[in-house]
Ligand binder design. Sequence first.
Ligand code: TXA
Ligand code: MG
Length: 329
Amino acid sequence: MKSGYSAPAMFREDFVQIVTADKAGIARAARALVEGQLVGMPTETVYGLAANARDPAAVARIFAAKGRPSFNPLIAHVASLEAAENDGRFNELARRLAEAFWPGPLTLIVPVQEQGTVCDLARAGLDTIGLRVPAHPVAQSLLNLLDFPLAAPSANPSGRLSPTTAQDVAEELSEELGMVLDGGQCVAGIESSIVTVLPDQQPQLLRPGAIERSELEAVVGPLMDGASLAVMAPGQLASHYAPRARLRLNAGSVREGEVLLGFGPGAPAKALNLSARGDTVEAAANLYQMMRQLDSHDVAVIAVMPIPDSGLGQAINDRLRRAAAPRSE
Ligand code: TXA
Ligand code: MG
């Protein structure tokens, strides 16, 4: 297992089960997802590592399983364009793309709905959201049994190839997930094409993928090349990525005019605490919601106690450093 993260016992006890994706298997996967577990899900592109997109604790386990040193926003998978519109705002261009390619290997990045239900952690705190309606019949059946979207990155540990069979998933992530639904070999074998459609902006091709650029451009006209978030420096990130208050990191104590975001058993009892038991997965699940809560007090500075770089600590610290970086506003 990666970076010292220790999985909760329920994920460690058994090796991952490869479950036949018949009616009973899909129903079992749905129950596991309702309980907050991770499930390997076939899609027509690659296998996804799925969890309830509304549940920050479940989403934190996705990041822990991926072993990634930062929080990348996750695609929310939904059953239909109608369901997607609960979480994202679609202008005419976005709707045209959705109608042309959904269900299918297209992810659309659109502004998030104010009433949207996908948790901040799944969106990495952005005010946009990546949405996709997968075409794979197993993914479709699963989504139709659920009343929440599924956050799902490709089911590979960070830095490895995306898996295209249930066996690949089981081998790569055996300790982290309860089951993988076997939907056979993925037909596309490469990830979805990602197109960003924001108001007053030419649409951008953020990631070339299973749909050819020319096919996309036939529907919406020329696409700009977009820079992926992963390669953006802290200062380049939009200011909504950060709270209004300044952040002071690795704070040993709280100063006049500051509020404290605690971590671990040593934090003052009355401070908000990311994880009183010092668990970085729990801290990740609480991060955005607690920052938001402290920021709503209109304080100048949020002092954040040191967070170890082990487990999800690296990703949390990366996020905090970005939020603490000087902004050009
Ligand atoms: O085919 C696929 O898209 C597969 C299957 C499982 O659906 N999923 C997948 O997810 O490839 P992932 O997490 O490996 O790649 C998604 C990419 C990431 O690079 C992430 O940064 C980007 O989508 N992304 C998601 N939401 C975004 C947002 N709001 N803004 C910018 N980029 C976003
Ligand atoms: Mg991936």
